[in-house]
Design a protein around this ligand. Structure first.
Ligand SMILES: C[S@@+](CC[C@H](N)C(=O)[O-])C[C@H]1O[C@@H](n2cnc3c(N)ncnc32)[C@H](O)[C@@H]1O
Length: 270
């Protein structure tokens, strides 16, 4: 049983989104929606609009899990049809030539993260780093497309236009930002890598332990490799320590869910 204190839900601060970038959507491009648009169709008991921290003070103090997806194999290629995101359905020959795995190009990590109760409660911030070192900031209001085809179109648009804007509001849903990712972290934040090669432990117990006391309401960084082979979340030069969450090698999406679950439990998100 959780104590009342444990059940206390940490609400995100009501931060204003003053992004005034130009909307690059035009009729030839796919239209993408924020979770705000989705809410009109769904039934939510508790409505908290997740927002990114803006000011230095908010970045330093807003409690949240900052999750970095490392080495996502996301690249575009020019074809007869135009610029496309390399994917396992349309570019098998190219992927074989590049000696990469077909499984590498998948939206499931982003779906697991942005659909999580933790994100809906405004306590998750996601950065995506590609194999070509492109760093992307993902707005928690982003609703990841439900079909693979639309996901590919969205990522191709992101890599060519450098941003994705909601078609129904001024919100920037995804944008390419400057490296290194550490420049976007709060000062002094703890950074945890994940790998089968790390120290095996129970992630729920570990999160409770490192987030005890004052740290409970502070931001923290976890890094997960968005790959099917290799350990980029252990090799990232900015991590403080590396943990193993299971004796099995799990998919990145399963790891994302495990880490989100642990923080939902910690912060009483249901
Ligand atoms: C499919 S795995 C990559 C394969 C790699 N051999 C591994 O397990 O670390 C994708 C990512 O999920 C995370 N991961 C997978 N299994 C894990 C485990 N048992 N403990 C911690 N992280 C894991 C790591 O971040 C890894 O980079």
């Amino acid at each position: 049983m959780k104590s009342n204190k444990d059940k206390e839900v940490l609400k995100s601060q009501d931060l204003s989104d003053s992004d005034d970038d130009i909307n690059l959507n035009n009729q030839e491009e796919e239209e993408f929606v924020s979770s705000d648009d989705e809410q009109k169709e769904s039934y939510s008991l508790q409505r908290v609009e997740p927002k990114l921290p803006k000011t230095f003070h908010e970045k330093q103090n807003m409690p949240r899990l900052i999750l970095v997806l490392e080495q996502a194999n996301i690249e575009t290629t020019k074809t007869k049809r135009g610029i496309e995101l390399i994917n396992c359905d349309d570019h098998q020959k190219l992927i074989t030539k590049m000696k990469k795995s077909y499984e590498d190009y998948r939206p499931d990590c982003l779906l697991a993260l942005l659909d999580s109760p933790l994100n809906k409660a405004g306590l998750l911030q996601v950065y995506l780093k590609t194999n070509l070192n492109v760093l992307v900031e993902v707005n928690p209001q982003m609703r990841i497309p439900r079909t693979y085809k639309r996901f590919l179109a969205m990522m191709a648009q992101l890599l060519t236009k450098m941003k994705i804007k909601s078609t129904s509001s001024s919100v920037t849903l995804m944008k390419v930002i400057k490296n290194p990712v550490t420049e976007h972290f709060p000062l002094g934040v703890k950074k945890i890598g994940t790998s089968t090669k790390g120290k095996l432990l129970n992630v729920n117990d570990y999160v409770k332990q490192i987030m005890s006391g004052e740290q409970r309401k502070k931001p923290i960084v976890f890094v997960i490799g968005a790959v099917s082979v290799g350990n980029p979340a252990m090799e990232a030069d900015y991590i403080d320590e590396c943990i193993c969450m299971s004796k099995y090698s799990l998919s990145a999406a399963a790891c994302c869910s495990m880490v989100c679950d642990a923080f939902e439990d910690l912060w009483g998100i249901q």
